[in-house]
Design a protein around this ligand. Structure first.
Ligand SMILES: Nc1ncnc2c1ncn2[C@@H]1O[C@H](COP(=O)(O)OP(=O)(O)OP(=O)(O)O)[C@@H](O)[C@H]1O
Ligand SMILES: [Mg+2]
Length: 293
């Protein structure tokens, strides 16, 4: 489904600019707020939202969201078009602030550290909180191998063997067997579903803590969608995943927890089974049963 955004082209440019941006690897330089060493659960990382409000000028698109994205879980974000899902995601990796007049209030904590604290290194945040967009956007002039290694080069990650990491990321993205014999062919020569998995490989290659996915399957056919869904299930062993989707079946299949947004509010969040079978709020019930969209 397409957004009703007044400024869709600008958002697309922003997605490309952020994907393209050189992101030198620097430790979180957050002044008074030192990054917490220990993640809260398992090996993964938790993102906690406290009263998050996102504005475009005076218009509040996200109206005070409190939510925890748990480590090693997939949280599905659902809600009608225009309810603020993409705005919230872009707030979480600090892309939102790149839009003229846009700002965020409230706290967004990665393992307890406020990502918006004064002095925090934005590029480091984007390295730790990766994003996969609706439209696969491989770098057009780069080969498959170069696309996956791009983040390593931009971040000047030299202490790993790039070829090994490229293979690891492509295997992780479920694409290795399909491309291992043509790593030097252009990334844009792949099918749409393969390109999306290439973008996922590019995102995981730098081993972020959290992966934000904004309708990653909306441009894919059912088979490619299934592959990406299987991949998401595997990726949660290593990453915390936030998945925006308009596809209720996808949320039910892949989400450990589901959060329902409506008109900028988080209406409710909980275990996916509960949201789909026994939600607290009548608006959630109406939405998941297809009474409005
Ligand atoms: N660049 C922008 N400038 C001004 N308003 C915007 C901008 N982008 C989004 N909005 C507005 O913010 C609100 C939330 O939009 P957002 O794109 O976050 O919704 P969404 O839930 O992701 O929708 P969809 O499911 O269609 O992708 C909408 O009212 C939208 O028109
Ligand atoms: Mg959106």
């Amino acid at each position: 489904m397409t957004s009703p955004n007044p400024d869709n082209a600008a958002i697309r440019d922003l997605e490309e600019a952020v994907s393209d941006a050189p992101t030198p690897l620097r430790p979180l330089d957050s002044g008074a707020a030192t990054p917490a060493a220990a993640p809260t659960t398992g090996t993964g990382h938790t993102v906690t939202l406290k009263g998050v409000k996102s504005f475009y000028g005076d218009a509040m698109a996200v109206k005070g969201v409190d939510l925890e994205y748990r480590a090693n879980e997939v949280t599905a974000m659902i809600g009608p078009s225009g309810c603020g899902k993409s705005t919230l995601l872009r707030s979480i990796n600090r892309m939102h602030e790149e839009i003229p007049g846009a700002r965020v209030e409230g706290e967004i904590l990665l393992d307890g550290v406020d990502i918006n604290a004064a002095g925090t290194d934005v590029v480091a945040i984007r390295r730790m909180i990766g994003m996969v967009f609706q439209r696969p956007n491989p770098f057009p002039t780069m080969s498959i191998r170069e696309n996956v290694a791009a983040g390593l080069r931009f971040n000047k990650i030299k202490d790993v063997d790039h070829d090994e990491r490229v293979e690891w990321a492509l295997r992780g993205a479920g694409l290795w067997d399909e491309v291992k014999d043509r790593l030097d062919a252009p990334g844009v020569g792949l099918s749409g579903g393969q390109q999306q998995r290439l973008c996922i490989a590019r995102t995981i290659a730098i081993k972020p803590d959290v992966i934000l996915m904004d309708e990653p399957c909306s441009a894919l056919d059912p088979i490619a969608t299934l592959k990406v869904e299987e991949l998401i299930q595997e990726l949660k062993q290593e990453f915390t995943i936030v998945l925006v989707t308009h596809n209720m079946q996808q949320a039910a299949r892949v989400g450990d927890r589901t959060a329902f947004m409506y008109l900028g509010d988080l209406v409710e969040a909980g275990p996916t089974d509960k949201i789909f079978t026994n939600p607290e709020d009548p608006r959630t019930e109406e939405y998941v049963s297809g009474k409005f969209s």
